[in-house]
Structures are given as structure tokens and as C-alpha cells.
Design a protein around this ligand. Structure first.
Ligand SMILES: *Cc1c(COP(=O)(O)O)cnc(C)c1O
Ligand SMILES: [Zn+2]
Length: 413
């Protein structure tokens, strides 16, 4: 069962996957390697588990457990996450100038974002390692997810947030689940550095996506989508990029599914950044020569990140899937969000960067209009109510509760 091990991304060194460490001695990022010939047959097992009544089997993460974290059931903290739907919409096809879009809605996870998939893995590891205090830096969704899973596991959660830059929905959720918040006078990147230092000093268990187990959990977004398509790979998978944990996880999920014979071709990854938070796009434009951190600003607060810590993993993901990176303006993000909301699907601003990105890539003929494209919507519409209420196109008129006034109002709608 424990053929898993940590491997360094930069040197040949490997470590036991139960070691309490976030990086190699050389400073390189770690990834979990799974070497078990039985993994080739995992899709059949995952299919059988769908008929089980146990949350552990039906979870979109733990139905793939042998290729995520081979922990015993007693250690697993699950809500259960995943099992998210795939939508299609003629209106959104038309909006993007495309004909074959599907949208996998990770905002329909228990805490309203895909972060639950990585968090179930990371918090289960915290429990396995006996770490009583778990911490993260967050723009609001990681902290909401951590707060929920830590509460379920009986662990203490401490979250570091950029003061004044977290949406109402996420703030309420994080504190509501009982996490202790520290609002840093600085941005996400400052908060991230603080948590890294605390983790290095052994004060807390860090569950940001630097933690390789988060990445393992998030791979299952791709695997669950492929399972729901009978292991027919799409041509493209489109994802927003902030700290680049998802981009990294998606690349690894695709590489593994291909290596183990689950899929016959590799989909291409397209990572979309906000123009004001685009260090990955800038680096891509210079053939990944280097990462130049920037000070980030965008309405899409979930991707307001100027120094993505997963950069080396994400570069590997783009190169190995023949992927692309682009950026879109805040206006394009909000126009795409309006289209997604009006299609009855709904999402938070960062998620809408995917649709804006597809429209741009179709215009530039990078994606052709008849290719099979899956967009990943990362967060729920209610995560950021202000982004909806501020946009000025809402239609709600206050009137007297009188028959005549109501009749006149109805005529004018
Ligand atoms: C965290 C988050 C992102 C960014 O994901 P990364 O893995 O950091 O690139 C995008 N959208 C939403 C809604 C998020 O919560
Ligand atoms: Zn190393």
C-alpha cells in the first residue's frame, strides 16, 4: 500500500511521504510519486465505489485514494467533497464564439470551492501526523475550507488573510466555522511568507498548496471529470491561475492518467490569469525564463497573487501538456461572470476568468471553435455577493404593496 514517496522537483532526492516536510533539503518543491502497477486498474475500482453507501467511497477524492494518499479510513476527514456537476450552455457557447464548452463546477463542493479537495487530504495528513494546529495564508477560500475541515477534525485553525481584501462571503464563512483569523496589513504574498516561516519553525502545520498533499487531492478534479466522460479526454482544460496549485495538480493528474493508461491522449491545459495579477503569463511570454513577482491587483480576489509559490510545478504542467497561458482584463472577467450568472450556473469572479480566457483564445485561433473544451469553475456565486450587487445591472424596484402600483410595475417589466 505505501509505494508513495516524496520526490524533489529539482534533484534526485526522495523522502518518506509521512515525513513532516514541505520542501527538499535543496529547497526544491516536493511531489508525491505513486509506483504501484495496480494503479492501472484504479478506474474500475473507482466505478465500483460509486455504488457504495459510504462517504469515504463516494467522495470525489477518496474514490481514487490509492493514487491520492494511501491513508487508512480511520484517518480520513471527509465531508464528502467532489461529485460536482458538469454543465453545458448554448448561451455560453455563443458568448465565447465556441460550440463545445462544458463547465465543471467546483464551486458546488461542501464549502463552495475546489479547495475542499486539497483540504480533505491536507487535514487528514495533519491528523495522521498528530499536528494539533493547522494554518494557511488565504484570499478567503482556502481559509473557509480549512476552517470547516479543521472543525470536523477537532484541530485548531489559524488563518492569515490580507486585511480588507477578503470578500464578505468568505470572511463570514471562515470565522463562522470557528477559525482564528489574523488580518495582515499587507497582501496575500506577505501572508504566505509568514505561514511558511511559522511552518519552518514547527509552530503550525501548513496546508497551503505548497504542501504536496493538497496537490494530490486537487488532481481528482480532473480524474472525476474524466470518469464522468467515460475516460474520453477533452482537447482542452481551462483553469484560472493564482498561486498555481490547480495548474500544478491538473498537470500531474493528466500525466499520471496518461502514464497509467486511463486516457489515450493528453488534454492541453490553458491557465488564465487576471491582467493585474499575471506573473505566470509574463513568464510564459518569455519562454519561462524566470518568475518576476509583481504587486497584484484585480477584482477577482481569489487570484490576486503576485508571487505564486507553485511556479516550478506549474511550468512543468504547462510544458508537459503542450499548454498555454494567457491573461484577461477585469472588465472581461466581469462580463464573463455576468454571462455565467445569467446562464443559471453562477460563479465568483476568479472562476469567470476561464470563460473570458476561452473567448480570447478562440479569437486568437489558439483554440478552435469545434474543439472539446472543459472549463473549471473554481468558486460559488455566493462567495462574493458584493461583486454581484455592485455591478449595476440588477433589476429590483421597491414599490408600495398596493394592487394598482403592482399592476403598473408588472406592465413595465
Ligand atoms: C484558490 C482559487 C483560485 C486560484 O487557484 P490556484 O490553485 O491558487 O491557482 C481560483 N479561483 C478560486 C475561486 C479560488 O478559490
Ligand atoms: Zn532537492
Amino acid at each position: 500500500m505505501s509505494q508513495a514517496r516524496f520526490a524533489c522537483l529539482q534533484c534526485p532526492k526522495t523522502y518518506d511521504w509521512l515525513d513532516l516536510r514541505y520542501a527538499c533539503d535543496c529547497g526544491g518543491l516536493l511531489e508525491v510519486k505513486h509506483d504501484d502497477p495496480a494503479l492501472r486498474k484504479l478506474p474500475e475500482l473507482a466505478e465500483q465505489r460509486l455504488t457504495s453507501r459510504k462517504p469515504f467511497d463516494r467522495s470525489g477524492v477518496w474514490r481514487f485514494r490509492e493514487a491520492v494518499l494511501p491513508l487508512p479510513e480511520s484517518m480520513i476527514v471527509t465531508q464528502p467533497e467532489g461529485q460536482t456537476p458538469i454543465y453545458q450552455s448554448a448561451a455560453l457557447n455563443q458568448w465565447a464564439g465556441h460550440s463545445r464548452l462544458s463547465l465543471k463546477h467546483e464551486g458546488e463542493n461542501p464549502s463552495g470551492s475546489f479547495k475542499d479537495r486539497g483540504m480533505t487530504a491536507a487535514v487528514s495528513m495533519a491528523k495522521r501526523l498528530g499536528m494539533p494546529v493547522v494554518a494557511c495564508a488565504s484570499t478567503g477560500n482556502t481559509s473557509s475550507s480549512l476552517a470547516a475541515y479543521a472543525a470536523r477534525a477537532g484541530l485548531k485553525a489559524i488563518v492569515f488573510l490580507p486585511a480588507g481584501k477578503v470578500s464578505q462571503g468568505k470572511m463570514a464563512q471562515t470565522l463562522g466555522y470557528g477559525a482564528k483569523g489574523l488580518a495582515i496589513r499587507g497582501d496575500f504574498d506577505d501572508a504566505m511568507q509568514i505561514v511558511r516561516d511559522l511552518a519552518a519553525a514547527g509552530r503550525v502545520y501548513m496546508v497551503n498548496s505548497l504542501n504536496p498533499h493538497r496537490i494530490e487531492g486537487q488532481k481528482t478534479i480532473i480524474w472525476e471529470m474524466l470518469q464522468d466522460r467515460n475516460w474520453e479526454a477533452p482537447d482542452w482544460i481551462v483553469v484560472p491561475g493564482g498561486n498555481l496549485g490547480n495548474t500544478s495538480a491538473f498537470g500531474k493528474a493528466i500525466d499520471e492518467a496518461y502514464a497509467w493508461g486511463w486516457i489515450q491522449k493528453k488534454p492541453r491545459l490553458a491557465t488564465i490569469q487576471a491582467e493585474g495579477a499575471n506573473p505566470f503569463f509574463r513568464s510564459y511570454s518569455r519562454d519561462f525564463a524566470s518568475l518576476e513577482p509583481i504587486t497584484a491587483e484585480t477584482v477577482a480576489t481569489a487570484i490576486r497573487i503576485g508571487h505564486p509559490v507553485n511556479y516550478p510545478r506549474a511550468v512543468k504542467a504547462i510544458l508537459s501538456t503542450n499548454g498555454v497561458v494567457t491573461d484577461v482584463t477585469d472588465a472581461e472577467i466581469m462580463a464573463a461572470k455576468l454571462a455565467i450568472d445569467h446562464a443559471g450556473i453562477g460563479c465568483e469572479p476568479a472562476s469567470a476568468a476561464t470563460l473570458a480566457g476561452v473567448r480570447k483564445l478562440v479569437k486568437k485561433a489558439v483554440i478552435s471553435a469545434d474543439e472539446d473544451v472543459v472549463l473549471v469553475l473554481t468558486g460559488h456565486m455566493l462567495k462574493d455577493p458584493d461583486a454581484i450587487l455592485k455591478n449595476g445591472t440588477l433589476d429590483c424596484t421597491e414599490i408600495d404593496a398596493k394592487a394598482e402600483a403592482i399592476s403598473r410595475a408588472l406592465d413595465s417589466l
